[in-house]
Design a protein around this ligand. Sequence first.
Ligand code: BGC
Length: 768
Amino acid sequence: MRKIFLIILITITKPLMSLGADAPIYLDPKQPIEKRIEHLMSLMTLEDKIVQMCQYVGLEHMKEAENHMTEKELQSNDARGFYKGLHSSMVAQMVEQGKIGSFLHVLTSEEADYLQQLAEKSPLRIPLLIGIDAIHGNGLYSGSTIYPSPIGMASSFAPDLVERASRQTALEMRATGSQWAFTPNIEIARDPRWGRVGETFGEDPYLVSCMGVATIRGLQTNDFTGVDKVIACAKHLVAGGQPVNGTNAAPMDVSENALRNLFLPPFKEAIMKAKPFTLMAAHHDLNGVPCHGNKWILTDIARKEYGFDGFIVSDWMDMEALCSKHKVAKTMKDAFCLSVDAGIDMHMHGPEFAEIMKELVEEGRISEERINQACRKILEAKFRLGLFEHRYTDKKTIEKEVFSSEHQKTALELARRSIVLLKNEKLLPLDSKKYKKILVAGPNANNQSIMGDWVFQQPDKNVITILQGIKKSAPYSEVNFVDVGWNLSTIDSAKIQQTVAQAKKCDLAILVVGEDSYRQHWKEKTDGENRDRMDITLWGSQEELVEAVYKTGTPTIVILVNGRPLATPWISKHIPAVIEAWEPGSMGGQAVAEILFGQVNPSGKLPITVPRHVGQIQCVYNYKPSYNSHPVIDGLSTPLYPFGYGLSYSNFQYSNLVLSSYEIKKEESLKVSVDVTNTSAVDGEEVVQLYIRDNYSLPTRPVKELKKFKRISINPGEKQTITFDLKPDDLAYYNSQMEFVVESGEFTIMVGGSSEDKQLLKKQLSVY
Ligand code: BGC
């Protein structure tokens, strides 16, 4: 203790010296956090406080750009974290001088420790808050456990597993030096051309809310105070999931009705139920007011209406975009002013912000109290995360936590439940003794594309590819792999012919096709952030490959690996067995193989509608009553696969839908029960789904809205009675006056194993 005190006295600079012999309160862990914050802030100059609002990208990230890009590329590029006129060595000096409060994308524990050491040498010794996009495992860090990407997590309809995976992600992050996860992405995805669909939980506000809450609870737990916790970041506020032409960051014109009933509910739920300590604003222009300058969304709704009580971070260079892109601010200074006034508390990322913000305060355009508010919250995070006392990583914790066997187990369990069986004409499950020679081919069969977006290269030994999984599950077969390469754009007729030649010699063909959103394939990837498409068919010559193999007559199975829904009507019509694996992560190959060979019974359900054709967009299950009243004349209008759909090797029969009351008052709750019987001879898991419809209303309501679901495990021949509680809030919506109300009238209550009409039992409920 005495030693620490001496060090403090020696290293402390001017402001601390003024404390005389007293131990600085803010460095004393025994003091209450509120008191520590106030004390520290009393020592800080305006500039020091603004520094807390400043974030930079990691030094190694910068060096990558410095070493691998041409001078010309560097001058025009902001995507790799290059700061014009600012070399990475100068950024290091700034940390030591106490001029940076936060970093993002620090990709090794060594770099995290190095930066924290520099920060510890700074006058006030304030630790850095380090953020990273750990959206399905801490994937930018090499060696992490990679869970299925969020769209797959949503397919599991298992929030408990998602919470567990998120908790484990938090442990891996803290062990390796990051304390802030830029996740969950709780946008509602309504356009599959948009490359970011895979990092969302799909199209339904209720499912997205449940998964968002589970992710935040896993990352932060009930209280993120502690040295093994991280803070979450619910993003992006709001409504970026239906951009013009499906292109990322394109403008959104959306009514307040749609905002409140469709796009905002996951944020409301997340903030009210799980209290994420941070939010991130969205890139786009929302009804003419870009989100980064939208005080109504950031302050009036998020903070005042929902009670958000943390800090809001800007997205990548999006404060600047108010001037450079949206043209709502003439100068960078006006842009920063607009953003901070609207509610942004931290700048992601780069130089100029601190100096300009200081000028804005001095000129009276931003109040010092506004800076204090932002600074106080950022410091609160640093104190509660225990960073002042525990800013460094340690090898033992890294060894214990990162890719631990327990984490691998969760990744496997989640992958098993995230995979959706789309079609099965009695081909699956495969009898492992039946096939002498199995062909495995396709660009996603034997590489890390199964990891999904926001993942950098992982050690090969940590990844079970689909080929490896199949080899393990088919010990009696000769498995022949034709390597067409991972690059989806380079599959040519020679590779197709090679695959066909092998297919002819085999008695089964398994083709692993889809998309590539793996970040390591930066230039070639077809899916993921900023990889938006004008079509949603299979990329390149993949469909030709499938058709050619099918024509050999060898029974063919297609496994899709992708983040966005793919329109594959030919495959759905001709191929006897089709599996949607999404991007199943480190253990994905094992999970896929176990499903193929029946060691695991598939149970994932689609969290998003799969259209037949790009022209059907917008193709969602929760459409308004007049949708499709004049169907298109050149194709079918029904989806290829509906929301909530997914097959099993068991058969489930739904019967006996009963409401505890068929007439209730608006403020009353009711119970809905249904019997589910497993009429097959195999154990299975089923996701029981409850939808409602407000039969008549003004404004109009969707024809179906998911309100409850439950994943159950059910033995052969067993019948289970499942009961749901429906509360007034489940029937309520925002009316024309934007009041959250239950309307009197008739509702349809529907329960079944998918949103498809023919699968649903229905009863009428009268509300008065
Ligand atoms: C994305 C954010 C992400 C940030 C930092 C941006 O391009 O939109 O979701 O958190 O980069 O990586």
